[in-house]
Design a binder for this molecule. Structure first.
Ligand code: ADP
Ligand code: MG
Length: 479
């Protein structure tokens, strides 16, 4: 059955539609961002091509329309391709009780969801939405998300060492491996695993004080403590902690003052046999600009990596997620997803979610439709990046000849594309910095590191560069 938009319009009301969007959004943005920008939002009206979303204040409106407009629109459009436009309206009365709010939306709605307005159905939907937000209920004391547990963490050869070490640490914190250092690529379960340790420890009767902090938050805590001359207060707040979990510690690289303060925090916890758990996107010896004394501390405990799951494990992960969601899908479809979505576990989950949403509105989902829906998740052998493609595409994008990229010049028009090429070789192909340096005429590899960092940072701060990078990547991957 083709995915006719009118079929979807009839079967999905505004609440369901928004719920589906929220479910998808969590795969694209961090949980903290999700909680900040998407709570107390809802679809208040839908007139064919245009969707009107109410937000609680002007700040949210600005953020959502500037930062997330495209993503929300694309997500909506994927579900219902008749949707072409978004409008954000401020509704300051936006209740914190999503259930109460959404109820009034259903009753006041003038669109085509008459079939869904029976009371019990409303109640069910409210519960659903409540559950969705439940997932984002972070424990205020520990900062842990209760969703991340050992029981829903799938183990395979790709992560069994990390899992075993995590279990050992959860069983006797401070006594086995200290620190525990988990590293691996994005979306491979580092956060899940280190939070599972925290959840297990803090669930136990013998109450231990657990704290999960993203390294970004940790660094900004240190920076503001320095600024306000309150370092002692900051340190005192960490002193009673029994288990300190710092996520994405690579973030501390190059931040000298923070490293220095962290070194002291680390030592004082360590000396008291308090457990320290760290995650990073790379092993300690590959974190550039990390003080030696910290590196050696990190290497003093247990280091374990998480890598990519194989096909069988991907299938198990899909089935576990289905069970968690109380849903089901035909074996053939699961098999297709497991065989084709290989990038990481976050993507695997995203793909599954997308199919589940469609399955809700289109019961006859077939493999052809699934293939179409998952296009963005799957790389064919032809669209994998390689060295030649990156150089070719960057040069073309900036109207240069390929050889210009290797010119030993400081001309701005050349330097920037050259740095972007280096950045992409690192980011997309995982080239080592010395290897990049060799490609660019045997330059010192610190030049490659500098280029990578510069583009990484500018990418955060400069929308224009982000857009250029996205365009270049699209070209690299599309032909
Ligand atoms: P990372 O921190 O490495 O970027 P996350 O821990 O955020 O990755 O994992 C991304 C998503 O994949 C999360 O929703 C997580 O629950 C899920 N996930 C990762 N590894 C596993 C696993 N082994 N079993 C089940 N789910 C997993
Ligand atoms: Mg993470």
């Amino acid at each position: 059955m083709p995915l006719e938009s009118n079929v979807k319009n009839l079967s999905m009301n505004n609440i369901e539609l928004w719920q589906s969007v929220l479910a998808q959004m969590q795969f694209h943005i961090s949980k903290a961002n999700f909680a900040t920008w998407f709570q107390n939002t809802e679809i208040v009206d839908k007139n064919n091509e245009k969707i009107i979303i109410s937000v609680p204040n002007a700040f949210s409106k600005e953020w959502l329309s500037n930062k997330y407009n495209k993503l929300i629109l694309k997500t909506l459009h994927d579900i219902d391709d008749s949707i072409k436009e978004l409008e954000f309206v401020i509704n300051p009365q936006s209740s914190t009780n999503a259930g109460k709010k959404t109820n009034s939306v259903i009753n006041n709605s003038t669109s085509t969801n008459v079939g869904f307005s029976s009371k019990s159905e409303n109640e069910r939907q409210q519960e659903d939405i409540q559950l969705k937000f439940e997932e984002f209920k972070i424990n205020k004391e520990t900062n842990l998300n209760p969703r991340y547990t050992f029981s829903n963490f799938v183990v395979g050869s790709f992560n069994e060492l990390a899992h075993a070490a995590a279990l050992a640490v959860a069983d006797s914190p401070g006594l086995t491996y200290n620190p525990l250092f988990i590293y691996g690529g994005t979306g491979l379960g580092k956060t899940h695993l280190i939070q599972a340790i925290g959840n297990k420890i803090s669930d136990e009767a013998k109450k231990k004080k657990v704290k999960y902090i993203s390294s970004e938050k940790f660094v900004s805590g240190i920076v503001s403590a320095i600024r306000t001359n309150s370092m002692e207060v900051f340190k005192a707040s960490l002193a009673p902690i029994d288990v300190l979990i710092l996520d994405d510690i690579q973030f501390i690289a190059g931040k000298n003052k923070s490293q220095e303060e962290f070194f002291h925090v680390f030592n004082s916890l360590y000396e008291k046999n308090k457990q320290i758990i760290l995650s990073s996107d790379r092993p300690p010896n590959a974190i550039a600009e990390l003080e030696d004394r910290l590196r050696s501390r990190f290497e003093g405990g247990m280091i374990a990596d998480v890598s990519l799951p194989d096909y069988e494990t991907r299938l198990v992960i899909l089935k576990t997620k289905l069970q968690e969601k109380n849903s089901d899908l035909p074996e053939e479809i699961l098999d297709y997803i497991a065989a084709n979505v290989k990038k990481n576990i976050r993507e695997l989950e995203g793909a599954l979610n997308k199919i589940l949403i469609q399955n809700k509105v289109n019961k006859d989902l077939n493999i052809e439709t699934v293939k179409k829906l998952l296009k963005g998740f799957i790389f064919s052998p032809f669209d994998i990046a390689n060295y030649k493609k990156i150089i070719e595409t960057v040069a073309k994008f900036y109207n240069l000849e390929e050889k210009n990229l290797f010119d030993p010049t400081r001309r701005k028009e050349i330097v920037k594309p050259r740095q972007i090429a280096m950045f992409l070789l690192r980011k997309e192909l995982k080239y080592s910095f010395p290897a990049i340096a060799r490609k660019f005429g045997g330059k010192d590899h610190t030049t490659a590191i500098y280029a990578y960092k510069k583009i990484l940072q500018e990418n955060e701060e400069n929308n224009k560069l982000t857009e250029e990078l996205n365009l270049i990547k699209q070209r690299i991957y599309s032909g």
